[in-house]
Design a protein around this ligand. Sequence first.
Ligand code: SF4
Ligand code: SF4
Length: 361
Amino acid sequence: MAPSKVHVFKAGYEEVSVLKKCAELVPFKNRKVWVKPNLLGPDPPETATCTHPSLVRATVEVLLDRGCEVWVGDSPATYPTPLKVLLDKSGIGPALKGLDVRWMEVDKLPPVRLPLRGLSGLKEVVVSEGLTRVDALVNLPKFKTHQLTGFTGAVKNFYGLVPRKAKKEYHARLTNPARFSALMVDLASSITERVPSFHLMDAITGMEGDGPKGGTPVEIGFLLCGANPFQVDHSAISIVTPDFKVRTDILAKKLGLMGAYETEGPLKQGWLNLKLPKAYKLVRLAGALPRLPGVTRLIAAPEILDTCTRCGTCVRNCPVDAITIKGHKAHIDRSKCIKCFTCAEVCPVNAVKVQKRLFNR
Ligand code: SF4
Ligand code: SF4
């Protein structure tokens, strides 16, 4: 059997023919397909928060031309922003205007249970029933840094198939970043074993720094695609300088989920000096320091800045209800906070910053 491949294209968003060439590698026709972009929040394309609308459009056009019934959707992190606002602001709605697509609103569909291997300790997760309504999944992740997991790509993008309430619960139960990363690997593995899938990563403009929402756009210039999400992520991570270690990638390799594969195309490895998220660096540093009884611990903790607009988004999305609005801004109860950094991920004005602290409260 020929080894599987990750295809790499040098591309720009205006190069529609290249985007389509990449999308044409998707092996589905005459099927019901869920196209799953990263639709994290109501942020325009220039912020590099969501999958670029041009790639979403090219993919949908190819699938429609092949007789597929196309559904587009995600479970955004920024509840309660309505889907219409997310689609409009991200540019994905206008880009798909006039095309025969249906919307998959993850949080409005019933949940179904999905068995796991138990890599994180969880034996099952709840995912959207939408997964049972389609025959195939086209995963359109965005190359970004991530405060908790270090990197978000094809594997982490599956977390958007989990309804919001369940996502909060898993964050609260898996407070250790290693266990949370193990859940991401387990989830991606379980879904891809059950639903035929293909993965097209938008690494044309990625995000560095405090991703996945408040970071800085970084020009990378590639699209990567393949049938195995672990291979696609591994190829994307290999673009970064060798000191970039990602837990999901290491675990997938250890478990043999990546398998042997070849890359085809102009993949240049080890050149991107990616600025990593502050929280991720601090958590790694703290983990490397010796733990001595009675010695203060170095921790990464979220702080709310005076630019907070009291919108309440972080209050609604904090998994352990550690945030309240008091006076002119939101406040965090440090005795409850589990340092999941969801508040930093969802804040519409980036008013949550991760700071280095020596005490837990
Ligand atoms: S305050 Fe922020 S970091 Fe702490 S638990 Fe809530 S969402 Fe997570
Ligand atoms: S910190 Fe951000 S998300 Fe939370 S209330 Fe303030 S502006 Fe809203």
